[in-house]
Design a protein around this ligand. Structure first.
Ligand code: GDP
Ligand code: MG
Length: 268
């Protein structure tokens, strides 16, 4: 957990990047892009897949939950549907997570980043005991950053945008780790509108009113809450497909990791 003096025990590297986001936001595609970037820039990356149900991955992994837990067998054995199967697989894997930490610790001197992909459905990781156990295990050993991937074209509606940001806010509350909002798919829709709404809540209010003529005090109150939230986070626009913004992504991760080292504390 984050105490003001947590900086003393942490080695600087590797930095753990936990990639979370709604299904279809582009987590796996972004991971692929980040892996390609590390390989072509002499950055030493280590790749961890925590999605037990993914069929094929476009990148090679160093540690893959699918090597340990067979999600289809878990479904049969425990008579579960797909979501229950994924959740139970993650639970089983989290009981051995100290071994994962040990493996990374042994290689720590040779690694710059550990890139972590999470299950497609966001709540399986962010609202489960195992997700919390895994996150806590990372953050008590290495500088850890949460990268929250947003489907930018699908967030252009102000109410959708607000819902998405409230979800991100809840993750910040829950993990108390530095959070980086990654506006993905900027090749389809640029993220300037998001930056404007984050900087100027009156611009956001105006957008809501134009969109829905909805001016209830709840919307106003929520956008004030989010105004506080935006002061605690960093954001970057990327395209996992074209590679735009990946340099800026790593710069923002470095700044966030630095905050973590300095005893980052969420103060909401
Ligand atoms: P995940 O469920 O979050 O892992 O999402 P995926 O990585 O599987 O991506 C979901 C869909 O979005 C796929 O069809 C991707 O090709 C597409 N996608 C991901 N990133 C981008 C991007 O930067 N630009 C565009 N145009 N499409 C993207
Ligand atoms: Mg995925």
């Amino acid at each position: 957990s984050s105490s003001g003096s947590s900086s003393i025990n942490f080695k600087k590297k590797p930095v753990i990047i936990i990639v979370v986001g709604m299904a279809g936001s582009g987590k796996t595609t972004l991971l692929h892009r980040l892996v390609c970037h590390t390989q072509s820039s002499n950055i030493r990356g280590y790749v961890l897949n925590l999605d037990p149900a993914v069929m094929t991955l476009p990148f090679g992994t160093n540690i893959d939950i699918r090597d340990t837990v067979r999600y289809k067998d878990v479904m049969k054995e425990f008579k579960l549907g797909p979501n229950g199967g994924i959740l139970t697989s993650l639970n089983l894997f989290s009981t051995k997570f100290d071994e994962v930490i040990s493996v990374i610790e042994r290689r720590a001197d040779q690694l710059d980043y550990v890139l972590v992909d999470t299950p497609g459905q966001i709540e399986i990781f962010t609202w489960s005991a195992s997700g919390a156990i895994i996150t806590e295990a990372f953050a008590s050993t290495f500088p850890t950053v949460i990268a929250y991937v947003v489907d930018t074209p699908r967030s252009a509606n102000p109410v959708t945008f607000m819902s998405n940001m409230l979800y991100a806010c809840s993750i910040l509350y829950k993990t108390r780790l530095p959070l980086l909002i990654v506006f993905n798919k900027v090749d389809v829709a640029r993220h300037e509108f998001a930056l404007e709404w984050m900087e100027d809540f009156e611009a956001f209010q105006a957008a809501v009113e134009i969109d829905t003529s909805y001016t209830a005090s709840l919307t106003r109150s929520l956008s004030l809450v989010l105004d506080e939230f935006y002061k605690n986070i960093r954001s970057v626009g990327v395209s996992a497909v074209s590679g735009a913004g990946v340099q800026e992504f790593f710069e923002a991760v470095e700044t966030s990791a630095q905050e973590f080292m300095e005893g980052y504390k969420v103060d909401l």
